[in-house]
Ligand binder design. Structure first.
Ligand code: NG6
Ligand code: CA
Length: 510
């Protein structure tokens, strides 16, 4: 063979190898970093990119403009613990007892022997971390020693790194945990927590309302141990040095999230950044005070927007923004008065936290679970607005496909692979969605059926329509997104169809 021909063959060989490599690259799983930023109680109408006009959220607007803004994106439930349980496990929380809103001393409810969202990433070689609100219980029992190693917790369900607070900002213990231990705990001042009986000598909001910087709302509790001038749910003693300062919670979490990203910038990482805004008690840092004109709730939303912006900036500065998927959403819908008189109601100024939707947190109506839902992956996802029905329940199965890490049979039983919708390649997400509040509702082809419920139709304490009604309710969401016209009596066949479908999903043997 002539030398010239040999060279030609060589080139052909190289070309073949390159194309084979491309082919295998095409099928090979990609491993971008994934950050899920979860707000706490943020409503569908709380961001300017979702139509808010009385408040401006420029960073989230930019995130939405650079990615997909979903108009029919859902958390699983209308309150925190069940929503987050579903996020972690891919299982509907109403299948499992004990997944309602947890007190701050509850035991861990996430199984340690099943696939969870973080251990899925971990198995695929990711560095995994959680920073922020946990609210899925810690330890094996309610009675536990907060002064030693508190476990099992996030580290035992798949998070290599964890910096959390145990429950909610309004529940004791008001401390951070770094891994298994309470941050800044002085062994000479041990912590005791009790949700039934008062412990220690700290004043309570009930006995000493004059000591409060934020008055509790009548009938809503939040008047047990006072920490940092705020009455909490539950009693706590000790741990004086370890107690957080509310105004610093957000910047503390941001610093920890920055630290995690910085440390793992060169490896694929998964970060669950669980913000506390705008959940009560709303105590944003001074730099946000009075800035929104809507009182502390609005100021907390500005702080949240700032935090998201700081994460976006960091990714850019590290040069990893194009290799990082950011998902932003909320754990349930909005509420104004959730236990403190913080002017959220009186300074609302025409702002509509739920946008056009009816209901709010705790509600079976759309605002209970339809929340802001944004996914960005610069360079890979083309910006658009998507009407696909998507749910946080489906992160498990969908990310499993993206990163090529299979889920063992039986785990994540309710999680569906809707990756194509998450990446904007399809406008079809879930075909059937179940919304969870005091009732179960089912949505299919734009029709929503709410199961009958004898509870009050209006929760006077929080000022929210619950969606409860003793009769069946049927709404055509495509024409009536505000759920104004109950079509159940006009369309009994649709009611029956959806009722039966709901029953079959509820009773499905897993
Ligand atoms: C409710 C609390 C509310 C809030 C909520 C949990 C009362 C009267 N209300 O029970 O203040 O803490 O639980 O919110 O105690 S969530 O976003 O974590 O679900
Ligand atoms: Ca919440």
């Amino acid at each position: 063979m002539k030398f010239r021909n040999l060279i030609a063959l060589g080139f052909m060989g190289m070309a073949f190898c390159a194309s084979a490599q491309n082919a295998s690259k095409k099928n090979a799983p990609v491993k971008p970093n994934v950050i899920f930023i979860c707000a706490d109680d943020l409503g569908y109408g709380d961001l300017s990119c979702y139509g808010a006009t009385k408040i401006k959220t420029p960073n989230l607007d930019q995130l939405a403009a650079s990615g997909i803004r979903f108009t029919d994106g859902h958390c699983t439930s209308a309150t925190c613990t069940p929503s987050r349980y579903a996020l972690m496990t891919g299982e509907y929380p109403w299948r499992k007892k004990g997944t309602g809103i947890l007190p701050g001393d509850a035991a861990l409810i996430v199984p340690t022997d099943k696939t969870t969202l973080p251990n899925l990433f971990q198995k695929a070689g990711y560095q995994t971390g959680i920073v922020g609100k946990w609210h899925l219980g810690l330890g094996t029992a309610v009675a536990k020693d907060w002064n030693g190693e508190v476990k099992p917790g996030p580290n035992e369900v798949g998070f290599g790194y964890s910096f959390i607070f145990p429950a909610t900002a309004d529940r004791v213990p008001t401390v951070f945990l770094d891994g298994h231990t309470v941050v800044a705990l002085d062994p000479k001042d041990p912590i005791t927590v009790d949700y039934k009986n008062k412990v220690g000598d700290d004043p309570t909001g009930k006995e000493h309302p004059e000591l409060l910087k934020l008055q509790s709302s009548p009938g809503q509790g939040h008047n047990n141990t006072i920490v940092n001038g705020i009455g909490r749910i539950g009693y706590m003693s000790g741990g004086k040095l370890a107690r957080w300062v509310d105004e610093e919670v957000s910047s503390t979490f941001l610093a920890k999230a920055h630290g995690f990203i910085e440390k793992h910038q060169k490896q694929p990482f998964f970060l669950y950044f669980a913000l506390t805004e705008p959940h009560v008690p709303r105590m944003p840092a001074t730099m946000f005070r009075g800035k929104s004109g809507l009182g502390l709730r609005g100021d907390a939303i500005l702080q949240l927007d700032y935090t998201v912006g700081e994460i976006m900036k960091q990714l850019k500065a590290l040069g990893i923004d194009k290799n990082t998927v950011i998902v932003f959403s909320s754990d349930n819908g909005p509420v104004l008065d959730d236990g403190y008189q913080d002017e959220a109601v009186t300074k609302l100024n025409g702002h509509t936290p739920a946008g056009k939707l009816r209901g709010g947190k705790y509600s079976s109506l759309e605002a209970g679970t339809r929340v802001p839902f944004i996914i960005s992956w610069p360079g890979t996802i083309k910006p658009k607005v998507s009407a696909a029905v998507v749910s946080q329940l489906d992160f498990l199965a969908s990310f499993s496909k993206l990163i090529g890490q299979p889920i063992p049979a039986g785990d994540g039983p309710d999680s569906e692979n809707t990756l194509a919708a998450f990446l904007g390649k399809s406008d079809k997400g879930r075909s059937v969605l179940i919304e969870h509040a005091s009732s179960l509702s089912i949505v299919k082809d734009g029709w929503k059926y709410i199961s009958p419920n004898n509870g009050a139709a209006y929760d006077k304490l929080v000022g929210i329509e619950t969606g409860n009604l003793a009769e069946a309710q049927l709404f055509n969401l495509k024409e009536d997104i505000s759920e104004q016209h109950n079509l159940a009596s006009k369309n009994p066949a649709k009611v029956k169809e959806l009722q039966e479908l709901l029953t079959s999903i509820r009773e499905k043997k897993l």
